[in-house]
Ligand binder design. Structure first.
Ligand SMILES: Nc1ncnc2c1ncn2[C@@H]1O[C@H](COP(=O)(O)OP(=O)(O)OP(=O)(O)O)[C@@H](O)[C@H]1O
Ligand SMILES: [Mg+2]
Length: 281
């Protein structure tokens, strides 16, 4: 039997040189591939936790013809259960598009997505909505609270969609608001709360259905330094309690507090396993 030999790396012709990305503080590391955080220092033979998220060759194309935008160009990514991961990269590089796919808010044009081992493409709209409600919590830069509702009623809302009865809804909303330090602001409406407090209400709303995955798209983008730290402390605490956290951020000092950084460029992943200490500024 003839086994074809693979060409050795040394014999391969040199590939195209990647252009430098002036916005990429990790550029000096462009050729390095650090191991996954769960691998480094792991006991030999230890079993890695299962994947919370697995993307295989995900593409997303918006529009067609002259207006076509290829927002994701074949993204492969695995995020293990219990990880705390930040997504970075220049504006327009596809971060939010990927978060929308991960959060089942949008379907990819091609590729496969497994959430908690389930292939999302096989699910109908009803099942998808149920998974979004039960398994995933969302936090956005602009909070997206309903202005006419109190903090308590904003947090109760996802439980109404989830079919939980009235008494339990209220009790659970209070526990969630206490968990983010807002037990004394239950009846304030959003315009009676500071930006950081509004974001904490949004976090309480995101966790009240006890999701396995918390997705946050620039959650500290509208906050000052101190409030940013308060939000990050809550994320760390949620992650320690077992929730997988994935957060988009433009701020290196925010990303440094996560365990792993995924770097996007032009709809592709440039680095998938940067360590916080490898961000250069
Ligand atoms: N609904 C849409 N229709 C058409 N094009 C879109 C749509 N949403 C995003 N895009 C385009 O897809 C590309 C990726 O956008 P995306 O919002 O994912 O970037 P991003 O990395 O989140 O940027 P930012 O850091 O500015 O939030 C951009 O070129 C954007 O203009
Ligand atoms: Mg974005």
């Amino acid at each position: 039997m003839v086994i074809p030999r693979r060409p050795s790396a040394a014999a391969a012709p040199p590939g195209p040189v990647q252009p430098r990305d002036p916005l990429d503080p990790t550029d000096r590391l462009a050729q390095s591939h650090p191991p996954h955080p769960s691998e480094s220092g792991a006991t030999p033979g230890a079993i890695a936790p299962p994947a919370a998220i697995r993307l295989e060759g995900i593409t997303k194309v918006y529009g067609s013809g002259n207006t076509e935008v290829r927002a994701l160009r074949g993204v492969d990514l695995e995020i293990l259960q219990g990880d705390y991961c930040s997504i970075m990269g220049a504006s327009g590089s596809g971060k939010s598009t990927m978060m929308n796919v991960i959060g089942c808010l949008d379907r990819p044009t091609a590729g496969r997505y497994f959430l908690d081992g389930i292939e999302v493409a096989s699910l109908g709209e009803k099942e998808l909505a149920r998974i979004r409600n039960r398994k995933i919590g969302f936090v956005f830069q602009q909070f997206h609270l309903l202005p006419q509702l109190s903090a308590l009623d904003n947090v109760i809302l996802p439980m109404i969609y989830g079919g939980i009865d009235g008494r339990e809804r209220r009790d659970r909303a209070i526990v969630a608001l206490e968990r983010v330090g807002l037990g004394d602001r239950l009846h304030n409406r959003p315009n009676q709360l500071s930006g950081g407090q509004q974001q904490r209400v949004a976090i309480a709303r995101a966790i009240v259905n006890e999701p396995v995955l918390l997705l946050a798209d620039e959650p500290t983008g509208a906050l000052d330094t101190q409030t940013t730290q308060e939000v990050l402390d809550i994320f760390s605490e949620l992650n320690r309690s077992g929730i997988t956290v994935v957060m988009v951020t433009h701020e290196p000092e925010v990303a440094r507090q996560t365990r792993r950084i995924v770097w996007f460029r032009d709809g592709s992943i440039l680095h998938s396993h940067l360590k916080p200490e490898e961000l250069t500024h």
